[in-house]
Design a protein around this ligand. Structure first.
Ligand code: 5GP
Length: 189
């Protein structure tokens, strides 16, 4: 998606270890106009898919997911990164975080993800695919079906996308980064 690619080249910053910072328009300050355009693009790309629910993971996935849910007029569920003491009937799984170098629990209540649901997962980044695999596990445990996964930015050099596509999952990424060597952002045309 051209507008996102241009914005990444203009405002994105590279950090050691293959991290791309987009705090200026996605991860801290948010650009709602761009966010809306990205959601419109997801809706276009997944227009042929059967979806009744948008799923994301807190915190950075919530903004794009709610825009997609708004456009599709579908409920949006976010998986939580800490098990709330008041929440019963939980599904949970563990995810390794590449950016934070730790493992955390991800959970969702069975009331909001259950058999019959056809789920579109939306998140900000796809890197190694660990968060996505955690979500796949939660969807599997719930008996729901995964209709597709959409990411604002895929870092192709970390190969999570290859793994998900090899699993037969429909993956759509609005900008694909092929490399961040020497702090130069290489974006796929
Ligand atoms: P994965 O589980 O695919 O390795 O990483 C995905 C998660 O890690 C995303 O939800 C995102 O929050 C975070 N992440 C991975 N790589 C980056 C990055 O380069 N920049 C930022 N801002 N977050 C990232």
């Amino acid at each position: 998606m051209q507008a996102l690619k241009e914005r990444i080249l203009r405002d994105g910053k590279c950090f050691e270890g293959g991290i791309l910072k987009v705090d200026n328009f996605i991860n801290h300050q948010m650009d709602p106009i761009l966010m809306k355009s990205m959601a419109v693009e997801f809706v276009r790309r997944f227009s042929g898919s059967d979806i009744n629910k948008v799923l994301t993971i807190e915190a950075s996935g919530i903004a794009p997911a709610i825009m997609v849910g708004y456009l599709l007029e579908l409920p949006v569920v976010f998986a939580k990164k800490k098990k709330p003491s008041t929440m019963e009937n939980m599904l949970s799984t563990q995810v390794f975080s590449f950016t934070k170098n730790n493992t955390y629990d991800v959970c969702v209540c069975r009331d909001y993800l259950h058999p019959g649901d056809k789920v579109l997962f939306i998140d900000d980044f796809l890197a190694n695919g660990n968060a996505a695999k955690g979500i796949i596990d939660l969807v599997r445990q719930s008996g729901a079906e995964l209709s597709g996964m959409g990411f604002l930015i895929e870092k192709a050099f970390q190969h999570g996308g290859d793994e998900l596509r090899a699993m037969g999952i429909r993956v759509e990424s609005l900008a694909i980064i092929d490399g961040l060597e020497d702090c130069r952002i290489k974006i796929r045309d």
